[in-house]
Design a protein around this ligand. Sequence first.
Ligand code: ADP
Length: 288
Amino acid sequence: MIKIKVEDLIYKYPDGTQALNGVNIDVVKGEFIAVLGANGSGKTTLLKHFNGLLKPASGLVVLDNIELNEFNSGDVFRKVGMVFQDPNDQLIAPTVEEDVAFGPTNLNLSYDEIVSRVNNALELVKMKEFAKKAIHALSYGQSKRICIAGILAMEPEILILDEPTSGLDPEGVKSVMKILNDLNKEKGITIIHATNSVDLVPFHMDRVAIMDKGIIAQEGTPQEVFTDSKKLEGLKLELPQIAQLMEALRGKEKFPIDSLPLTIGQARQELSHLINTEDNALVSPEIS
Ligand code: ADP
């Protein structure tokens, strides 16, 4: 079932910059889709159309088979939650719990329901013990997680995230991606994740739409899209790092690889078929 349909979407900023040049994309209920693209390719501008923050100059954005401009904005914000790239654009209250309560309070819910939603949302992002903490005292990674909690407290059907892992250390990236995976797989929330990090995509996303110059230039599963480096160069992107190594090996006499492994786990499997040794580090289960 299609949750969001975008047809021939064109958008021009007031200064004349034409940021979207005819975007067409369907987002299916329950999928985890990456909107991948170099800086300036139009990702943020597209995302802001999914919840009506920006209005198309022409074209259509359809949510649950109804054109977005037929909804009132409260109903759209309830269905589609957006986590901004910069936590400073999102966090507004003095403490964590007040901030996470802000959205539900505006939904006119009962006090008990608000408390329950705040607790649940903080639990989901593993930040329950930070409820009383001052927002200004959070680390950058903690702020990002509180931004996600604030949106989850609205219980959206669709979660849109603009570069949620940018600026995080590897542990922070892992923890945010685990939270998003769990929300998608266990709670069935449809996730649209804008990123310029090619390495994240094959691990987590079902499908990837690559943006370039305000259009969707390519779309498919990670395996369909990450087939060779030449194709991605023109889009100012590169293959995931392990795929670059495997591409360099592909074609060598000892490495007859058909489809390109995109993760270390896939590469390990492929190599373990090719390298005939049982105690080689490449086949060690510790490398995944
Ligand atoms: P991305 O998220 O992929 O980095 P953006 O959607 O932010 O790309 O930007 C797409 C294009 O729109 C870029 O050329 C950018 O300079 C321009 N742009 C973004 N925001 C504004 C704005 N507020 N006013 C004018 N131009 C903008």
